[in-house]
Each structure stands twice: as C-alpha cells, then as structure tokens.
Write a protein that binds this ligand. Structure first.
Ligand SMILES: CC(C)(COP(=O)(O)OP(=O)(O)OC[C@H]1O[C@@H](n2cnc3c(N)ncnc32)[C@H](O)[C@@H]1OP(=O)(O)O)[C@@H](O)C(=O)NCCC(=O)NCCS
Length: 245
C-alpha cells in the first residue's frame, strides 16, 4: 500500500471518512477535560504544521497524528504534568514569544481496519521529521497506554515498569514507541482531569452511579470518583512520558 503524508489542513476530509478513522479509538469522556477546550482551537490554528494525516492511494485518510511545540530543558522534573499542560505551555509559549525546542506528540489514531500494521509508527516518524523541519531538537510524548484500561487499580508507576519476557513493555502502544527508539522517562499520573455531572458520567460510561465512591469505568485507565452531593464525577487520566531519540 503506497501511503502519503499530508498536513491535516491541506484539504477538507469527507465527514464519513473522518468518522471511520475515529470510530474506535477513544472513550466518550476523553473530551471532558475542560482546560483542553480552552486551548484546542488555538492549538489547531498555531501548530497546523504538526498535525499530519496518512493517506492511502485513493486519498482516504488511514491514520493521523499531531503534536505541539514547547520549550523544555531535557530533565524529567521540568516536563509538563502531561497532555493538558503541554497544550497550555505550547499555546502560552507561542503567545509570549518563547522559542520552542521540543515536540510533544499528543495523539495518534489508526483506522480500525488497519491497526497492528505499523501505521502509527509511520505517523510518529513523520511527526519527528516535521519536528526537525520546525527546528525542534527533542521529541517526547505523554503516551496513553492502551491496555492500562484492563488494570485500572494499578498505579501508573507500577504499570509502566511491567515488561514481557523479551524486555519490551507489556503495553502495545508503549511498545510501538519503543520500537521507534523511545524510552520511558517518567510517569504522568495526572495527564488530564475529566470532570462532569453524575448524569454526564452515566451517559458517557453507560453505567449507573447510585452512590458516591470510586468506580471502574469502561476504557478508564484509572477510577472514576463520584460525589453525588456535589453532583460531580472526576477522573484523572494517567499517561507515561516517553522520549524519542
Ligand atoms: C494505538 C494505535 C495508534 C496503534 O497503532 P497501530 O498502527 O495499530 O500500531 P502498531 O501497528 O505498532 O501495533 C501496536 C500494537 O497493537 C497491537 N495490535 C495488533 N492488531 C491490533 C488491532 N487490530 N487492534 C488493536 N491493537 C492491535 C499489536 O499487539 C501491536 O503490538 P506488537 O506488535 O508489539 O504486539 C492504534 O491502535 C489506535 O488508533 N488506537 C486508538 C487510539 C489510541 O489509543 N491512540 C493512542 C493514544 S493517543
């Protein structure tokens, strides 16, 4: 299959093709991080050169990935707390004239029928190339480990250290990054914070939350904490910081 990289803003993609691309990827609550909503519009506007689409020979988008540029001194302590703070640092940095030196890969998705064939790796490689062209010397990613949802009770610090017999991570998405030469840098226990009313969480999860307390939710990498008296549910999404070479 001959695939081509294009900027996502190079053309308008038909709705049904985008629907297919994103049809199996993220749980509904992924968009419930209120801070992200403050930044996403400006991210799309300022950093369109770092938002790429992998397109097949008939022009259908089959994978996508995007990132933001930040300034970072290379130490784990100075990393953003995760995904959301990366967006904030990138947008505020741009508005304050801070010169960025690091690409943060923020997301990648592969169309369901073509998963497991290395397309995400192609997208990340293209992003790393775009980073080089944009003068960004380093590449990091707050990785959302896809199998963490099966271990919602396990702290991310523990989970990220789990390996298979061959020494690779137990998690397939971390493995994809490792195969491209990336290493685990640090845990990002609160990469994002999703909040909603009890009714919203019931809709997003397809569950009922009759009492206050902690719940395992479908596709949740950690637990949802429900407080019925405040009519609020809070979920903190853990990620793993990885650095590409
Ligand atoms: C995570 C994701 C981007 C990986 O893309 P990909 O191109 O399938 O990645 P790879 O081909 O490198 O495969 C990665 C692993 O997926 C596993 N895999 C194989 N077939 C799969 C399938 N049909 N569905 C899911 N995972 C599959 C494989 O185990 C592989 O790991 P291994 O080869 O070390 O065993 C893709 O699964 C996806 O779009 N997921 C939904 C969105 C998401 O979670 N994005 C990441 C957070 S931003």
């Amino acid at each position: 299959m001959a695939l081509k990289i294009e900027r996502t803003d190079a053309r308008t993609w038909p709705d049904e093709q985008m629907k297919e691309l994103f049809s199996e990827g993220f749980p509904e609550f992924i968009t419930a991080d209120r801070l992200v909503k403050d930044y996403l519009g400006r991210v799309r506007e300022y950093f369109a050169d770092l938002n790429l689409m992998l397109v097949d020979e008939s022009g259908v988008p089959v994978a996508s990935g995007w990132g933001v540029p930040i300034r970072w001194d290379g130490t784990a302590d100075a990393l953003p707390s995760g995904y959301t703070q990366s967006l904030a640092r990138a947008v505020e940095g741009r508005e304050q004239g801070v010169e960025a030196d690091t690409l943060v890969v923020c997301g990648a998705i592969v169309t369901p029928s073509l998963k497991g064939r290395g397309l995400a790796g192609e997208v990340i490689t293209a992003l790393c190339r775009a980073a080089g062209e944009a003068g960004l010397a380093r590449v990091v990613a707050p990785v959302r480990p896809t199998t963490k949802a099966r271990y919602p009770l396990t702290p991310i610090e523990t989970f990220m250290a789990w390996k298979r017999e061959d020494g690779m991570s137990l998690d397939p998405w971390i493995r994809t990054h490792q195969r491209l030469g990336a290493e685990i840098l640090a845990a990002a226990p609160v990469s994002q914070t999703m909040t909603g009313t009890v009714a919203e969480w019931e809709r997003w999860s397809g569950m009922a939350f009759p009492a206050s307390g902690d719940y395992v939710i479908p596709d949740g990498l950690s637990l949802l904490t429900v407080d019925r008296s405040a009519d609020q549910g809070v979920y903190r999404e853990p990620n793993v910081w990885m650095r590409h070479r």
